[in-house]
Design a protein around this ligand. Sequence first.
Ligand SMILES: [Zn+2]
Length: 390
Amino acid sequence: MERYGGAAVRLRIEASLRALPSLIHPSPGHDPITLMFHARPALGASAGTFGFDSTLRSRIHFLSWVQAKAMTIERARPHAVSKTWGIADLRPWSDARQDDGPIGEIWYERPGDATPNSSLLLKLLFTSQPLSIQVHPDDASAHAMGLPNGKTEAWYVLSTTPDAKVALGLKQRLTSQQFRAAVGDGTIRDLVVWHSVSADDVISVPAGTIHSIGAGIIIAEIQQRSDATFRLFDFGRHRALHIESAIAVANTGPADSLVQPDDLVHERTLLVTNSLFRFEKLTLPANSAWSLGAEQETWFLVLKGSAHIESFDIRQGEAIFAQSDHIDLYTGPIGLVGLMACTNSGEIPHLTRRIGQRGPAHARRSPLVQAASVSLAPPILSNGHLDIAP
Ligand SMILES: [Zn+2]
């Protein structure tokens, strides 16, 4: 396991096995012998080659890296964004405070300046005033406008004041002329449909949906990373409106975006799935060990409880980013409720309960590291395969 900034990136394990000369003595002149081994997929390792150089009888070398692909698990870096419609006290979700006004958003970013941007953006939103009534383009419209991609988003409501509402779609279908007139004179405010919301509500906001988030709401949002927002009404804040762009991309009729979550199994609830991302809620019991598939770009946000994830301890309001493998996750003494979002490959990420309860700290190292240390003992050879088994 190599440490890289705030990230744990498994890249390679190389070792010289000095303990083995008495075990294997190939005769001089033979080609180097290469033995294939297969690590268990659960260990996060892919197949590699292992062998020894016949000219150096006293040493065995790993000839290639154990891990061919880079597994990335990073503690996400929260980034507070000032907004006039935000709030000052973000607790218990964040300790962030800013002198230059209220905070409206926490963005979870990959650590390190050189890391590529993720395609999904995980945010928390805190509102003391309604956000603008707005709409985002889909990918095709965005491309036609010279923008890199569109913006579909989904919300999970964390908490609300009693009268909190979100706006989704219009009360009736409008022609382009009616829509342009309603945006122009501000009556669009009365044409959107406001829905009461409370904690645990789930809202899908496909690109093209006219929407707003009202005052008094804290929401976790997953979205395509994009700043393509076309404003239709700004509640007196006098920022620019984007009427023609909005007309080009908006569904100027009713929307059906309140979602009934779908319990997959006891531990996981499907919140939203579309062609772009998959959004789930995980509810895991106390002191239990899990392996969560993270082949795709994956974000995980803790809502309640705590967990040890790879080399991190994370708690409420903290998030991790992972891709290219799996996340080993050990829940804390009150269990864990979290949101998982990943780019949608069409396959359902696995969630496997692993045997045993959470062990002592020294037993909670990466399984790959444990496997490598085990492999330093004389290997068991059978049918040309070297089995790594703890
Ligand atoms: Zn939006």
